[in-house]
Design a binder for this molecule. Structure first.
Ligand code: SF4
Length: 489
């Protein structure tokens, strides 16, 4: 039997009984003198005076509003700290109206509980983190997998309903903790089966096998040849840009051909795709250009004796410029390593300069399901249509969300554009994420919104249980009028 003084929180399916002075299982709600209270303050964002002007450096996400550089009328009600409603049919905690440029707008906010959610992590590195589809583990538990790599980046897909609910209780809990850390800008240590240990944190350089990654590659080996062929032309006879995916060879590449680089008789291992572009010259790894090569000579076959000549100058460089070596052919057409001539040193430095700082980026991805949509309207599919038609703008803590085409409201948001500690959890386990729907009051009425729960902004903006922060000036202001794709259905 629950304690007689305990009160029941009904904000999620756990339905905690909370004793006086205690918090519920998620630490978001507490029993304060017999009253159920949401512990974190509800966050309102104020628009910076000059758009694009960095009033508060956004990485200092904990800094609060100073009160002097904002327009009093530009206030947006976020869902951060707004609370959750359960079960689904209850109206969202805040349905706020305001007049924007002569148009009555409404913003519906709620802290959604997401069982169907995860993060996509982009890790700017050439280094091989592990084979595609390999399991990614945190604290020994499977929390996701390696997915298709992208241009200069390795990609992880973490979370999802199968890891949150389909495995052991510990797997679900660890998955939830890992997602929560990553979404709230904290580091997570991940181990990839058959691959590397990697520490990722949104907006920070990844650490692969205890080595902090400095730069992402300039492009694949073929792209690097195309970009720098002119700078190499005349300074060196042959260049090989070593890359795990596409290794480039200057004399054979179209860029070299158009410049008139003569044949050198170079011969490479691997599979020739098109002239000057080779696949699979080595195994993937964490050395030269994301291969397992410590000595790039091993990808070369002997030079063609009828074409090559003694004194032929060869530069081998990786796609980040992190590795480079210079050879000249001796009388026997064997490679003799020499110091890099100053002009080539400069070209390698230029290649490095073109490599951007390596970062880890984290996108939260979720599906706005029953409780969210029913909290907005009595006819949930109409909200889906309204979002699809761009009549309703979706934001997360004021940050813009990308809506996937197709059915449902499946969205992605860059967590580093959101205010600090915007995410929470409930022990079902599931992630709690803020989500706001903004549309005109007329459209809201038309889609069957909870009109009798609409409150004016003025009724809450000055209350002292809300905090004001300056909006991230890099985000579009969420209350700017939407540009609908088509007329309401
Ligand atoms: S886990 Fe949190 S939201 Fe859910 S019932 Fe308990 S206190 Fe309320």
């Amino acid at each position: 039997m629950p304690d007689r003084d305990a009160i029941r929180c009904d904000a999620c399916p756990v339905l905690c009984y909370i004793k006086p002075g205690r918090t519920g299982a998620c630490d978001r709600y507490a029993n304060h003198d017999g009253k159920l209270v949401r512990l974190d303050p509800h966050l309102l964002l104020d628009q910076a005076v000059a758009r694009g002007e960095s009033v508060v450096p956004f990485l200092e996400r904990d800094r609060e509003w100073g009160g002097n550089l904002v327009q009093p009328c530009g206030t947006f009600v976020t869902a951060i700290g707004a609370g959750t409603t359960y079960p689904d049919y209850k109206p969202a905690p805040f349905i706020i109206s305001a007049e924007i440029e002569g148009v009555d707008m409404v913003t519906v906010v709620t802290e959604g509980i997401f069982s169907y959610c995860g993060v996509k992590v982009k890790i700017d590195t050439d280094r091989h983190l592990g084979p595609e589809t390999s399991t990614v583990r945190a604290q020994g538990e499977a929390v996701g997998h390696v997915t298709t790599s992208e241009y200069g980046s390795q990609m992880l897909s973490l979370g999802g309903v199968r890891h949150l609910t389909g495995g052991s209780r510990r797997e679900g809990t660890v998955t939830c903790d890992t997602l929560l850390d990553l979404c709230n800008g904290k580091p997570a240590e991940l181990r990839i089966e058959g691959g590397a240990k990697v520490i990722v944190q949104a907006g920070k350089a990844p650490v692969v096998d205890d080595v902090r990654e400095e730069r992402m590659r300039v492009g694949c080996g073929s792209a690097a040849i195309g970009m720098f062929a002119k700078q190499w032309f005349g300074q060196v006879d042959e260049v090989v840009v070593v890359d795990d995916h596409i290794t480039g060879v200057l004399s054979e590449h179209q860029a070299g051909k158009l410049l008139g680089v003569p044949e050198t008789g170079i011969r490479l291992k691997g599979r020739r795709s098109t002239p000057g572009r080779y696949f699979q010259v080595a195994e993937p790894g964490t050395a030269w250009g994301g291969t397992n090569l410590d000595d790039p000579r091993t990808i070369l076959k002997p030079f063609h004796p009828k074409i090559a000549w003694p004194g032929l100058r060869l530069l081998m460089v990786s796609t980040t410029g992190e590795h480079s070596v210079y050879f000249e052919l001796d009388e026997n057409l064997e490679l003799a390593e020499k110091d890099l001539p100053p002009l080539l040193e400069r070209s390698v430095a230029r290649l490095k300069e073109n490599c951007e700082p390596a970062l880890s980026t984290v996108l939260f991805m979720g599906g706005a399901g029953g409780s969210l949509r029913a909290g907005v309207t009595e006819n949930p599919v109409r909200l889906t249509y309204s979002v699809r038609d761009a009549l309703t703008r979706v934001t997360c803590g004021g940050a813009p969300a990308y809506i996937w085409p197709g059915g449902g409201i499946t969205f992605m948001v860059d967590v580093s554009r959101m205010p600090a500690n915007a995410f929470g959890y409930v022990p079902t386990p599931a992630i709690v994420a803020p989500i706001e729907f903004t549309l005109t009051l007329a459209d809201y009425a038309a889609l069957g919104g909870h009109m009798d729960h609409v409150r004016p902004l003025a009724a809450i903006a000055s209350a002292n249980d809300h905090v004001h922060n300056v909006a991230n000036p890099e985000n579009p202001w969420p209350l700017e009028p939407a540009k609908p794709k088509r007329k309401p259905r």
